[in-house]
Design a protein around this ligand. Structure first.
Ligand SMILES: Nc1nc2c(ncn2[C@@H]2O[C@H](COP(=O)(O)OP(=O)(O)OP(=O)(O)O)[C@@H](O)[C@H]2O)c(=O)[nH]1
Ligand SMILES: [Mg+2]
Length: 240
């Protein structure tokens, strides 16, 4: 059996998150300090013009557990996540946003539950979950009902992007069919995990507010892109 010295790898894709990334990494180091050297944090930055990567390198120069990856080719959220996952050494790999939408306090829970599942997913739409913006909450909730009906996924939140996966489960997944685009990679991941009969557990997550910087999501274009992708997946399924 492969001997893994890292218990948990946290992959943090970021773009222009200079003011969020340092407090986030500090928070994660303190939440998961019980792992000591068996923790690694990979900041995957798409060469942000605001100097996100330089800020991380400077702030954590003496912290060997924090690694910074700067990408200049093939940029984009899903490609960044893929690269982070490919370069991570952990037994359990966890992906989260870097703007505090995904609260660091859920990380110990995701890590713990991953002992009992292949994939653990943070969900806003089960008891205990939610998000502060009520309008967006209900719009996302309705959109998720549409996704679940169309795709047949059993998870309530197909767009959260917060998850932990065991290495052996990750290695079974076809990366080429999942990791491209933006948040749509997440519902492809869920769908394939379900089709491969993986054990998927959802835990509630209450989103936090972004303290600094700007959201990259442009809603109309993102959701029309998601809808096209959902319909493409449905069409492919019908043809199988
Ligand atoms: N590496 C990389 N990270 C990205 C890219 N676009 C967004 N991100 C990161 O992906 C995460 C989600 O992006 P957000 O802009 O917060 O998108 P969102 O959470 O859907 O939108 P809000 O709810 O409005 O915050 C954040 O950590 C971003 O920094 C990208 O092109 N490359
Ligand atoms: Mg966000």
């Amino acid at each position: 059996m492969e001997l893994l010295l890292t218990d948990l790898s946290i992959v943090l894709p970021c773009y222009n998150e200079k003011d969020n990334i340092v407090p986030l990494v500090r928070d994660l180091l303190s939440q998961m300090d019980f792992l000591g050297g068996r923790l690694e944090i990979l900041v995957v930055d798409d060469n942000s013009p605001d100097g996100t990567a330089q800020t991380v390198r400077h702030s954590f120069a003496d912290e060997g557990r924090v690694k910074t990856i700067v990408r200049t080719a093939n940029r984009g959220l899903a490609f960044s996540i893929r690269e982070g996952l490919e370069r991570a050494c952990g037994r359990i790999l966890l992906v989260m946003d870097t703007d505090f939408n995904h609260p660091p306090s859920t990380v110990p829970v995701l890590f713990h539950v991953a002992e009992y599942a292949d994939l653990v997913v943070g969900s806003r739409f089960i008891f205990g979950g939610g998000m502060p913006d009520r309008t967006r909450y209900y719009l996302s909730y309705l959109y998720n009902i549409f996704m679940r009906l169309a795709l047949g996924t059993r998870i309530d939140d197909n767009l959260s992007g917060l998850f932990a996966i065991r290495r052996e489960a990750l290695q079974r997944l076809p990366f080429e069919q999942i990791f491209w685009g933006y948040g749509d990679y997440f519902f492809r991941l869920l769908l394939l995990a379900q089709r491969m009969s993986m054990r998927v557990i959802q835990i509630p997550v209450m989103y936090g507010l972004r303290p600094a910087g700007e959201a990259k999501t442009r809603f109309l274009s993102i959701f029309s892109g998601y809808t096209r992708e959902v319909l493409r997946l449905v069409w492919r399924r019908l043809q199988e």
